[in-house]
Design a protein around this ligand. Sequence first.
Ligand code: FEO
Length: 168
Amino acid sequence: MLSERMTKALNEQMNKEMYSAYLYMDMSAHCTYSGLGGFANWFMVQYQEEMSHAMKIYDYINEQGGKVVLNSIEKPPGNFGTPLEMFEATLKHEQFITESIHGLVELAYEEKDYATQIFLQWFVTEQIEEEANDNELIAKLRLVGDEGNGLFMIDKELESRTFNPPKK
Ligand code: FEO
């Protein structure tokens, strides 16, 4: 059973995951418009991942007999700039999400909510991977610069990313 405070915090996290999906969908559109199909694919897969994160929380609240509450989703900022700037913004956003997940873990400990502590472990691990992916791409983009053959090659590489739904 979830406390009222925990239910509210999980609903807020679900909204943040939905916003993340919306943000990456917008970034994907920006990349398509800029002729960067591989980057567009990467961000669209990221969109799918974020939707699956939101649904994981949605299912958990339901399973625990809590009330899912849907709030409005903020508009993404647009003006995403170069691929390097986009990945720097992505990393910054993921660091914000990591902090938010850690806040939830702290709340679960404070409330002695053992089930939610276990549930959140998956997200803690996922955030390590998300930040590592962004850091890797930032390093590559810094190496090749924001144009020319190097960028074309990274774009090609990102075409192959596929979405693997998380296991239950
Ligand atoms: Fe669902 Fe990218 O954090």
